[in-house]
Design a protein around this ligand. Structure first.
Ligand SMILES: Cc1cc2nc3c(=O)[nH]c(=O)nc-3n(C[C@H](O)[C@H](O)[C@H](O)COP(=O)(O)OP(=O)(O)OC[C@H]3O[C@@H](n4cnc5c(N)ncnc54)[C@H](O)[C@@H]3O)c2cc1C
Length: 214
């Protein structure tokens, strides 16, 4: 969909310097968890845009993205400071690395990539499928949605940034559909870990958020 304007429905804190931003779904827009959108917001009189991945299980009435920011960030900090009824521009969806009804989704997520993980896992469970989330972060986001997922039958493993992903993948069967979301260094390590565990990494659905912020 071409760029259009939409309104903020809610802004929830989901951890340290992290928010889930819920937007009204523009008419004619549809997206699947794992796809991303381009959000634009006015910063010092100019519209600045960045890409953000869906963190909701669908985009039926509203769509949600999850973002982290710090005091230096231009767009992230501005989006996190928005209030209900403020407007942003949205374009998309983009990307093929989305959930597609697979019977068992294995989602490897680093940092704000956990947004895609919760969206995909919630969608998988709602369709009667299985989900495993391996999430690497020292200061986890979305803890309440992750524990709800765990109670609903998903396998959720939290890994710290000084640990590799091998332990978390030890329990996998090898026939899951693998998904990977996060900044480039995480994506590289997660893809290597999948290969070590016998996954066909060409078949994995992978979205890199680009170079990690300094
Ligand atoms: C396909 C794709 C999907 C993406 N999906 C997501 C997503 O779902 N969630 C998400 O958060 N990002 C996502 N990104 C990254 C996002 O588009 C921005 O690049 C990122 O949020 C930084 O933009 P900014 O304007 O906040 O900071 P910028 O103004 O671009 O960065 C300026 C400086 O701010 C600092 N900074 C910015 N962000 C952080 C941070 N999180 N922690 C510490 N320092 C920081 C760094 O010092 C950085 O050098 C995605 C990117 C791509 C390409």
């Amino acid at each position: 969909m071409d760029q259009t304007e939409t309104t903020v429905v809610a802004v929830h804190s989901v951890g340290t310097d992290a928010v889930a931003l819920e937007l009204a779904t523009p008419e004619g827009f549809s997206a699947l968890p794992g796809q991303f959108v381009r959000l634009g917001v006015e910063v010092d009189g100019e519209v600045e845009s960045r890409f953000y991945t869906l963190s909701s299980p669908d985009a039926d009435d509203t769509l949600e993205v999850t973002l982290t920011y710090d005091p230096e960030s231009v767009v992230g900090k501005r989006l996190a400071g928005l209030e209900v009824e403020d407007t942003v521009t949205v374009a998309g969806p983009f990307g093929d690395a989305h959930y597609d009804g697979e019977p068992h989704a294995l989602v490897l997520a680093g940092g704000p990539g956990v947004g895609a993980a919760v969206g995909i896992a919630e969608r998988a469970l709602s369709e009667g499928n299985d989900a495993t989330v391996v999430y690497r972060d020292d200061d986890p986001l979305h803890e309440s949605r992750l524990s709800t997922l765990s109670e609903a039958g998903a396998t959720v493993t939290l890994v710290s940034t000084d640990e590799n992903l091998t332990r978390a993948l030890a329990e996998t069967a090898g026939d899951e559909q693998a998904f990977v979301y996060g900044f480039a260094d995480f994506v590289e390590q997660a893809t290597e870990a999948l290969a070590e565990h016998g996954f066909d990494t060409d078949a994995a659905k992978v979205e890199s958020f680009g170079p990690a912020p300094e």
